[in-house]
Design a protein around this ligand. Structure first.
Ligand code: SIN
Ligand code: FE2
Length: 214
């Protein structure tokens, strides 16, 4: 018997740059739990397209779980303990999800990562996320753990300057990317999602990014 029969899409960690690593299929075994987590988050805090400080609507629909959630409006980007749409705290950060993120971070060389925020991004066909840095978190010594679910997407992973060339790589269902240390402030984004239908997730891609924000 060939082990690949049982884990056809998980594989060895791949270094992307110093401090950045792709863990192929790392979250695949937890697909069903993650589906439940996302359903519960969206039921309590429906995904919405934030207004940017520049007055435009983001294409990606976003929600959060955990003590802190990333929000945007005409005043800027920030983390907030309450969902501004409902006035209630964000749904709790599922313990299994926090553990999975900690394990992914440790595998990538960042031991002791305990997230307090998880952005839940929903991409539909045509949705893209432009190049940006994740820099609203207080402690940039902590990494970012990004879990991709559903339809595949092309992830753009650039350098420390916006104009630096970007790696373009496919991220599939269950793939996890971790970046921290010297890679923590690298620009990154997502190319427009191609149409398709995923057996578990339907016509969408979900991305969870776990952070230590506060
Ligand atoms: C993000 O940069 O917040 C999300 C990245 C992704 O969707 O892969
Ligand atoms: Fe980001």
């Amino acid at each position: 018997m060939n082990g690949e029969l049982f884990a056809p899409e998980s594989g060895a960690p791949q270094n992307l740059a110093p401090g950045a690593c792709l863990l192929p299929g790392f979250a695949l075994a937890q697909a069903c739990e993650l589906r439940e987590v996302v359903e519960q988050v969206f039921a309590a805090a429906p995904p919405r397209r934030w207004l940017t400080p520049g007055g435009r609507r983001m294409a990606v629909a976003m929600s959060n779980c955990g003590p802190l959630g990333w929000v945007s409006d005409e005043h800027g980007y920030r983390y907030a303990a309450l969902d501004p749409d409902s006035g209630r705290p964000w749904p709790a950060l599922d313990a299994r999800l926090a553990l999975l993120a900690g394990e992914a971070a440790a595998t990538a060389g960042f031991a002791g990562f305990v997230p307090d925020a998880c952005l839940v991004n929903r991409y539909q066909p045509g949705t893209a996320l432009s190049l940006h840095q994740d820099k609203d978190e207080r402690d940039l010594g902590q990494p970012i753990v990004s879990i991709s679910l559903g339809l595949p997407a092309v992830f753009l992973f650039g350098g420390l300057r916006r104009a630096d060339p970007c790696l373009r790589m496919a991220l599939h269902d269950g793939d996890v990317v971790v970046w921290g240390g010297p890679a923590r402030l690298r620009y990154h984004g997502v190319a427009a999602l191609k149409p398709g239908r995923h057996p578990l997730w339907g016509e969408q891609r979900i991305n969870l990014t776990l952070r230590k924000a506060g």
